[in-house]
Design a protein around this ligand. Sequence first.
Ligand code: ADP
Length: 495
Amino acid sequence: MGLDNLFSILNILLVIGIAALAILLILKLEKLKQLQATNQGLKKSLNEMDEQAKLILRTDIELNKAQEELDKKITSLYALQRMSRAISSTLEENKIFKIIESTGIEDFGFEKSCAFLWDPVKKAFLQQANIGYSQAELETIQSYLKENQEAYLELLSSKKTVSSLSLSQEEKSKINKVFNVISFVISSVSPIGGSRGFLFMGTTDINMAISEGDEEMVTVLAHQIGQAIDNARLFEKTWHTQQQLERKVEERTHDLTKALEEVQMISKRKTDFVSAVSHELRTPLTSIKGYASILLAGKLGGIPPEVQERLEKINSHSDELTHFVNDLLDIARIEAGRMNMKKETFDLEELLRRVLDLLAGQLKEKNIALSYTIPKEANAVFADRGQLNRVFINLIGNALKFTPQGGKINIYAKISGNAVQIDISDTGCGMPHEAQQQIFEEFYRVDNTINQEAKGTGLGLSLVKHIIEAHQGKIWVKSTVGSGSTFSFTLPLPA
Ligand code: ADP
C-alpha cells in the first residue's frame, strides 16, 4: 500500500469523523433547544404561580377586611338591639334620650351624637341628647339649626336619612365643620303624632368610612326612638284620661252615696210613717167593724132593712180597709227588715189546692178553667207558708180579675237552676210594655176599663214582690195587650 492510499484512507476517516462530529453537534443543538423550551415553560409557570400567590394574598386581605366589617356590623347590631330594648321599655318621654346618653354609642362606631326635637310653639329645635359635645359646640349647632331651620324641617317631613355618603362635598364640609366630625349620619325621628326631630351621629375617626350599613343602623335607631316617643305620649294620654275618669267616678260615687243615703233616710221615714199610721188606723177600724158586727147581729135590738144595708156596707168597707192597712203594714215591715219569714219545707200542691178552694166560687162565677202542673221534683219548697199563700191569692186573684168570662188560667211549676219557678198564665186583658216595668211599684194600676170598674189598691203586686225578694227569689211578668199575662217567680229549693 502506497502513501497515497494511506492519505486517502485518512481523508475518508477524517470526513467520517467530521460527519460524525457534525451529527453529534446537531443532536446537541436539538437537545439545547428542547432545554430552552422547557426553561421557558418553567419560567411561565413560575410567573403564573407568582400571580396566583399575589391573588391569594389580595383575597386574604379583602377577607380580613370583610371579616372586620362583619364584626363591626355584628357589634353595632347588638348595640342597636340593646338600645332598642332599653328605650322601648320606658314609658316616659324624657327618659328616652337619657337612656341613649347613658347606654353610649361607641358600639355603633360613632363617638359624637346629639338629638333635637322641633317645638312648634317655640318654633325652635330643642336639644334632647348629647354625647361628646361641649356647651360651646352645642351652641354653634343650635345657631346653625336656627339658620337652616327650613332645610331641616324639610328633612324631617321627608322622614329621610342623610349622611357623608349621600351629600354633596359642599354640604358635607359644612356639616362636618358645624358638628365637628369627619363623617356622619343624620336620620329623622318621626313619631306619628306631635313634633318631630332628628338624630345625629358622627365620628372624628379619619379611618371610618360611613357605609350603607351605618346609615341603616342610625335610621332604625331613629325610627325606634320615634316609636318609643309615640308609646310614651299615648301612655301619658291614656294615663291622664284614666286619672280624670277615676276622679269623675270618685265624685259620682260620692254623690251617689250621698243621694242613696238621703233616699234611704226618706224611705225609712216613709216606712216609719206608714207603719205608725197603719197601726193607728187598725185600732179604730177594729172597733168600727166590731160595732157594725154587733149591730148587724141584732144584739142591740132589731134594725130596719135600710140600716142593715148600710151596716153591711160599713162592714165590707171596713174589711177592705183592714186588708189595705194590713198590706201597707206588711210592706213597711218587710222594707224595714222587721218581718220574720218562718221558712219551712212543705208541699206546694197542697198549699195551691187550699188557695183554689178559697177562689173556687169566683172561678165558677166567671166560668174560668184553671189547670195546674206541678212535677214531683218541683213540689217541695222552702218558704213561709202563710206568706206564700198571700202570693198565690194575689197572683191568681189578679188573673181572675183581669181575665174575662170563659178564659183560662194555667199554673206551671218547674226546676230552674237551684230554684223552683212558678208561672201563672192567664188569657186576660194583658198590659202594655211600659206598664210591665211599673206594676210592682206601690199604688201603680194600669189605666184600663177593668180597673175603672173593679176595686183595687195597687198594693198587691208590691207586697208579692217584697215577699218573694225576702225569700231571695225573683218575680217578673211577660204580657201582651189583649192576649194575656204570665207572672213568674222563683223560690229556693229546700236545702
Ligand atoms: P190591684 O190589683 O189592686 O190594682 P196589684 O198591685 O195587684 O193591684 O196590681 C197592679 C196592677 O197590675 C193592676 O191594677 C193591673 O193593672 C195590673 N195587673 C196585675 N195583674 C194583672 C193580670 N193578671 N192581668 C192584667 N193586668 C194585671
